[in-house]
Design a protein around this ligand. Structure first.
Ligand code: DAH
Length: 355
């Protein structure tokens, strides 16, 4: 009978001498290969006597099991070693949290400009722009605003030091004049943009945003103005029905002039636009004054139309529940994270104003 203890010792010595994957493979072949130590022993079983066979086979089998287990463990160790080496070399810890990236947010005012632009372009208005630095003529005179009008007061208007004639536009209305002077009627435009006045408190900022509207054609009347504004307010505030009040007012560049209030109520501490018995002023409007048309080289006997001016910051505050106007321009990134919009977000929900 074979000396199984010696055979086992030899095999274990061989396994101990394994240094790498290559020597592992060749040692494994030496043991289990076609002519391997154990293979040869298995071949012997058939030629043994009945009484020897049983013991021989059982010892051989347990040796095979033992050696197999030891080899498996060895292989595992090698694999683990390889993984460790790879991880070390690649310097990549897959368990580390992923890198966060910061995506920018759309400012509520930019969002509102996008919204109003899309609403008005659906009914045929195109977008015009004018410069922030205007001259007195476009900002006041051409808009039928006389020299002694209080709006021209140094108190309201930022004049530029370089020239007595230059100022930061106090409204987007000068874009009306620029548009009419460079084209021929009919005109149907909106002009969103920055405006400036020397004023600062919770509801006033020295820089703010307006949207100008101008529609000039052959038979444009106050009815068109009302229809257009109803459409706009309903679309913007996403309400089916809206209560609107046209209150007689005065602007030098329109006759007649009106201020528009929309009905609202407070529900659960939030403002609900469209219904209710409270009124909120949202814009100024009117039929363009014949003098303005004349100044813009449009014949008022042939053409007339309406104009309106909306405060965009106020619209944003109302629609998105923002209480303090000053926060709009403080560039606080946390505020923008909260009130800003994702670039791919198309908001449809009216959030209301919290009080
Ligand atoms: N420009 C006016 C303002 O800033 C707003 C305004 C009122 C614009 C009536 C208009 C208008 O076009 O027709 O207060």
């Amino acid at each position: 009978m074979e000396n199984f203890n010696q055979i086992e010792k030899d095999i274990l010595d061989k396994i101990k001498s394994i240094k790498n994957r290559n020597s592992y493979d060749s040692v494994k072949t030496e043991i289990f290969g076609k002519k391997g130590i154990l293979t040869e022993l298995f071949k012997k079983i058939g030629s043994l006597d009945q009484d020897q066979r049983k013991e021989f086979a059982s010892r051989l089998n347990s040796l095979k099991t033992k050696v197999t287990e030891i080899l498996e463990k060895k292989l595992n160790d090698f694999n683990q070693l390889e993984i460790d080496k790879k991880l070390k070399n690649e310097n990549l810890d897959v368990t580390l949290p992923g890198r966060t990236y910061f995506s920018g947010k759309i400012h509520p005012v930019s969002q509102v400009i996008d919204e109003v632009t899309s609403i008005f372009s659906e009914i045929g208005f195109s977008v015009e722009e004018g410069p922030d630095v205007e001259n007195e003529y476009y900002n006041f005179s051409a808009l039928n605003t006389p020299e002694n009008h209080p709006a021209r007061d140094m108190h309201d208007t930022f004049y530029l030091e370089q020239s007595k004639d230059l100022l930061l536009r106090t409204h987007t209305s000068p874009v009306q004049i620029r548009t009419m002077l460079k084209g021929k009627p009919p005109f149907k435009i909106i002009a969103p943009g920055r405006t400036y006045r020397c004023d600062s408190d919770q509801t006033h900022s020295p820089m703010f945003h307006q949207l100008e509207g101008l529609h000039i054609g052959k038979n444009i009347n106050m009815g068109h103005l009302k229809g257009c504004l109803y459409y706009f307010v309903k679309k913007f505030f996403e309400v089916e029905k809206v209560k609107i009040r046209f209150r007689p007012s005065h602007f030098p560049f329109t006759e007649p002039s009106a201020e528009v209030d929309i009905g609202y109520k407070i529900e659960n501490g939030q403002i609900k636009v469209g219904d209710g018995d409270k009124w909120l002023e949202v814009l100024g409007c009117g039929m363009v004054h014949p003098n303005v048309l004349k100044n813009a080289k449009v014949n008022p006997k042939q053409y007339q139309g309406y104009a309106f001016g909306v405060g965009l910051d106020r619209l944003a505050m109302l629609k998105y529940g923002i209480n303090d106007l000053r926060a709009f321009f403080e560039s606080d990134i946390r505020w923008l994270e909260f009130y800003g919009f994702d670039p791919l977000d198309v908001p449809t929900n009216y959030r209301g104003l919290s009080r």
